[in-house]
Design a protein around this ligand. Structure first.
Ligand SMILES: NC(=O)c1ccc[n+]([C@@H]2O[C@H](COP(=O)([O-])OP(=O)(O)OC[C@H]3O[C@@H](n4cnc5c(N)ncnc54)[C@H](O)[C@@H]3O)[C@@H](O)[C@H]2O)c1
Length: 546
């Protein structure tokens, strides 16, 4: 068995975090939580995360592993939390003492250090039942610890005195500071491409701002050919068209069949013909508006016509915002072989409007969620913690899709930056896909791709645990989260094992009928080669006919 490490790449910046730290008893958790609610941002209490990782409460963790054991876990969680953007993070009181891990969190954050007098802190702590580090709540012991930490707190961030203030008042002050520091900050994620970095803008109403954005990205553009998915031509498509005309671009419109039906040679050939009629040249821009399928087809037409016409993507599904719209892969299906004809062609700009997802079917939304969960497992595990706590609405739809899109674009952009040509680290994105492609290839019950990925994710994680690569407990956790999002975690009964194994063996990633599998690993993923497809199927935990 050959194994290759696939470490988590550095992530591009998103919106800043608000970090709330300070001594115990200063109200970091309650005021941090309240500030997050006021700012409509997710909230993470890092002590809670540490306790969840340890599987025991913080006092029990101190009792069994001592302060050293606690700090080791805390260090990893603090560093991981620096991978999230746009959230409120309350740390444990000792976190700033570890300057190395705290620096990961503080970079790109607004850090508020809550302060209070030893007497006031002792009174609050007594009301809350005390803390393991203090033994009793003796003000002298508190003063000594405060003294020990004074330098770390002084350099960690801006102090905020909590004396005589309720947690609500502190929260209001925190939210105010964050808003003031943010200004009119919108989400602009920088993605690397062959023509230099290009922006992926995640903003409500982004299509209506297409005109100025395209002008900035492509100052010499004269003609815009707007190629839209039939499902969104009258909504996002119309908004983009109106906005593009404002700065004087000539706009011509083409509507493609909705969804996968767009990814045929006939559709692309018709697009090429239209480009000829319109006089498309390199001063033109193809603006693709729609789901992953239309982006793939329009992108392929733009990649191949005149050896490459500039492309702008306006993704309108979660999958397209999180995945297909970023990274330069374009393709069509041919003779039943999915994505078999394609080219790399990076967009010059991506405009994603999370509000467009309101009209998306819940099934299509879930398809995107499966891919977001997949990326989070390896690139930013705390996204999973946030998703576990985020309220879910209709059919498992999480409440804050804009936040999810922001994190997903950052994760995808990170893999693209490290491996633009998809020859190494980007293989991490195949997590869950060896089994998913097997299920899809065997035509298993018409499973949509996202559902096949969810099933594959769980089975491949279970395989990784059995091989001693994936940390124990990963699979159980994934199962619970995917079920929360109404995604399946096992296939329906009665699968034809031989057909699935054959499909896995003939997958693009095959090596001599054996499978290549990506599994979650500490700090990222591992690629495992030379796996027997039939062995892999035993991890589906389903009835499989041999
Ligand atoms: N290029 C890449 O890197 C990449 C990555 C992942 C997937 N893909 C490709 O993406 C495709 C899947 O993408 P998808 O999940 O977006 O599916 P899709 O493009 O088929 O869209 C799903 C459905 O939603 C409709 N739709 C689109 N936006 C809508 C909106 N805002 N409201 C209502 N309906 C809307 C579409 O018309 C379609 O019927 C596959 O072909 C896959 O191969 C490409």
């Amino acid at each position: 068995m050959t194994r290759h490490r696939l470490p988590a790449p550095p992530l591009p910046a998103g919106r800043p975090r608000l970090v709330v730290t300070g001594f115990m008893g200063t109200g970091k958790t309650s005021s941090g939580r309240e500030a997050a609610a006021r700012l409509a941002l997710p909230f993470l209490d890092l002590d809670e995360v540490v306790a969840r990782r340890a599987g025991v409460s913080i006092p029990d963790l101190f009792a069994t592993r001592g302060e050293v054991g606690f700090r080791a876990l805390e260090r990893a969680v603090v560093a991981d939390s620096g991978r999230l953007s746009a959230c409120v993070v309350a740390t444990g009181g000792g976190a700033p003492m570890d300057a190395g891990s705290f620096a990961h969190l503080a970079a790109g954050s607004l850090v508020a250090v809550l302060t209070g007098t030893p007497d006031e802190l002792a009174r609050r702590l007594a009301e809350n039942g005390g803390r393991p580090l203090l033994g009793g709540n003796d003000p002298a012991r508190i003063a000594a610890l405060l003294h020990e930490r004074r330098e770390a707190y002084a350099t960690a961030g801006q102090p905020l005195d909590t004396g005589g203030r309720t947690p609500r008042e502190v929260a209001a002050a925190l939210a105010e500071r964050y808003r003031a520091a943010m200004g009119g900050h919108t989400v602009r994620i920088s993605v690397s491409g062959p023509h230099g970095p290009y922006p992926d803008v995640v903003r409500r109403g982004a299509p209506a701002g297409a005109g100025p954005e395209v002008r900035t990205a492509l100052p010499g553009a004269v003609l815009a050919v707007l190629v839209a998915d039939a499902a969104v031509d009258g909504s996002a498509g119309e908004q983009v068209a109106v906005s593009l005309r404002a700065p004087g671009l000539r706009v011509e419109r083409v509507v493609l069949p909705a969804g996968e039906a767009a990814k045929t040679l006939d559709v692309v050939a018709a697009l090429w013909s239209r480009f000829v009629q319109l006089g498309v040249d390199r001063t033109s821009v193809v603006v693709a508006v729609g789901g992953g399928a239309v982006l793939d087809a329009a992108g392929f037409a733009a990649a191949t016509y005149a050896r490459g016409v500039p492309l702008v993507n306006v993704p309108t599904t979660l999958l397209a915002m999180a995945d297909a719209g970023v990274g330069g892969k374009t393709a069509i299906d041919h003779d039943g072989a999915k994505n078999s004809v394609g080219a790399f062609h990076h967009p010059r700009l991506v405009l994603a409007d999370p509000a467009a997802l309101a009209s998306l079917s819940i099934r299509d939304l879930r398809a995107g969620l499966a891919e977001v969960v997949k990326m989070a497992v390896t690139a930013s595990p705390l996204v999973l913690d946030v998703l576990e706590a985020m309220p879910v609405g209709r059919g498992g739809a999480p409440a804050d899709l804009a936040w999810i899109v922001e994190q997903a674009v950052r994760m995808k952009a990170a893999y693209v930056a490290e491996d633009a040509a998809d020859t190494g680290l980007r293989h991490t994105l195949n997590l869950g896909h060896t089994i998913a492609h097997g299920l899809e290839g065997a035509g298993a019950f018409g499973l949509p791709h996202g559902e096949a990925v969810a099933i594959g994710l769980v089975a491949e994680s279970r395989f990784g645990e059995a091989r001693g690569i994936t940390p124990p407990g990963t699979t159980v956790r994934l199962e619970a989260l995917l079920a929360r999002l109404h995604l399946p975690v096992t296939p329906p009964p009665g699968l034809d094992g031989a057909a699935i194994a054959a499909a896995i063996g003939s997958d693009k990633k095959r090596r001599g009928g054996r499978a290549v599998v990506v599994v979650p690993a500490p700090g990222g993923a591992e690629l495992v080669e030379d796996v027997d497809p039939l062995e892999l199927l035993t991890f589906l935990h389903a009835e499989v006919r041999r």
